[in-house]
Design a protein around this ligand. Sequence first.
Ligand code: GLA
Length: 730
Amino acid sequence: MSISVKNNVFTLQTRNSTYQMKADERRILLHTYYGAKTDETDHSYLIQMADHGFSGNIDGTEDERVYSLDYLPQEFPALGSGDHRIHCLAADLGSGVCDCLLLFDSYKVYDGKYSIPGLPAMFAGEGAQTLEILLKDCREEFYVRLLYGVFEDVDIITRSVVIENRMEGPAVLKKVSSACVDLMENGLELVHFYGRHGCERQMEKSPLPHGIMELRSTRGASSHQHNPFVILAGEHTTEESGICYGAALLYSGGFSVQAEVDQMDQTRLILGIDAQDFSWELGPGECFYSPEVCMCMSGGGYEGLSHRLHRGFQDHLIRSAWKDKRRPIVANNWEATHFDFDGKGILEIAREAAGLGVDMFVLDDGWFGERDSDLSGLGDWYANEEKLGCTLSELSEEVHEMGLMFGLWFEPEMISEDSDLYREHPDWALAIPGRAPIRGRSQLVLDMSRGDVIDHLHRCISGILDTVRIEYIKWDMNRSLAAAYSRMLPAERQGEVRHRAVLGVYELLERILKDHPGLLLEGCCGGGGRYDAGMLYYCPQIWCSDNTDAIERLRIQYGTSFAYPMSTISAHVSACPNEMNFRTTPFKTRGVCAMQGVFGYELDLRRMSQEEKEAAKTQIAYFREHYRLFQFGTYHRLVSPYEDKSYTAWGSVAEDQKEAVVAVVYTDLHANPRAEHLKLRGLVGEWSYRLCRDGEELGTFTGAALMNGGILLPVPKENYDSCQYYLKAE
Ligand code: GLA
């Protein structure tokens, strides 16, 4: 059993970690332990009870003055209880002041994993257990149900919260976070992944100062700027050793991650929906469900954490019919043509793709409405037959006759003012009446909180999927939300719009997948602006960045790999000089980098040289042969792109450790270079492995030699050179 309860001490056990809470004699739910696996000892003995000045005492504890929520570690701190630190809940229960004091009421434990209506959540058959703890306000019929899912095999504990209003009047929720991790220690660092368009998920490790640090998105999407995944790590944690805690929010809208080191040197981490533009009127009898947080602990460094999260997301989050399959190698026309194409040109590119051995052709933006630039057409989801020279069905059939699957780009959540849809339904766009809207990429955002908008989009997309053979959709979202005002809600409830819009997007995705379970969805948001665990529930892969430069992708894909499985990272070979940063890299290196995920091409295949075509055929054959390793192998970040080295390296090892692939990309050149030895990981020391580099046999070496001595790397022959190794146990 992974959940045990004794004297109101709740101990959750995974294979390598223990998480513990206790409802104490005052019915406060304390957090008592999270860390390396230990036993069921009541860890509340670790809590210091002392009088700390200016820390208030809840009713009944004022005589002793040693009991204050201002420094006690708690599971779900609420505003107004005398805890002056960051909090999970701010709720006005009718007094006009947020003053909840949550007390333990009851609990239940059951086999299987809870689910959350309308929101993505990790799932399991019988392989997980759920703990529900019910808290109640000390006075009002206002309840908070804490949900815990325990996935023993992958050291994951999920959390979510249901707020239940059983009062006679409404409550106003001003902040509802999903989880709090209260650790009785400091000296931890926050590893987080920041960025911008074309430069997503750059890793940064920040020591936590006393006070509050916050990472957030107010953009209506999880964003390019910050990712809803963070790691709390010891100062000396490395890839291979040290303690670290990962926390991923399964949410694709605005979020907040707050970390606070308090006056007593304790560390509190809180994740949830961004509270800045949030408020929610919860009527009598209503419930509010928070998004889920996936927490994972590793005592074996970042690599251990990533391995558990990759397995956890692969087995318990990604649902697609494609989840365990080789993903189609695509050729996408965006960087080849942008908006400037016709049906004939598209078919020429598709024909070239078929000749190379590509699996699928993807028609990107510009196929619908009056869409010859990004100024118009969004919302008009019917094919521009004049531009294509045929119907969409005819185009798809021709592509299929070439032996390719067919994929199509959509940006369902958006609307151009120059579109039939806007002319018909101007009120469907988010905008404050009487004010000029904030435009982004010249477009407005549809009010996804409206049922009629969701129904309309469902009809449009389903109409196409029902009549045209389409195996894949690239689901894009190309601007941030601003001035998110819905005409469906009164002024005092506008704080609900952003979250309702996220729920609308999830509902639409769910409905489309229900009707078309075989459809492969690729998430996209100007590249990687919505790369989060929430989206993975619907989209087994996500376009990682609009930046396709192989060298910049090293850091982007490196950062992405900490939480997200390699099978989710969509990466393409594009033309040089690169259209975003103008760098030229060898064709081979572009392939090596794009194989660090879901492989494809994004360039005008008609303009490739014969030599490039031959190289592409070799790449495609190599990827097909080893796709299980590339997409589903155990991933090792061998040399970080942030290290002071002239190369970056990574590898993937088969589950049975009998095979591996390793890639090396040089980022610098030196005269008179010294020897570079790359130490591998994840092999069996006693086994012998046949080692090949770029198809050339190098001999047989023991796993011990390759892991401890390493591989002697070749000297690079040109700028941004690269090589690929393949290892097979004999
Ligand atoms: C976004 C995507 C690109 C491409 C364009 C089309 O920027 O990330 O890959 O689809 O939109 O407008």
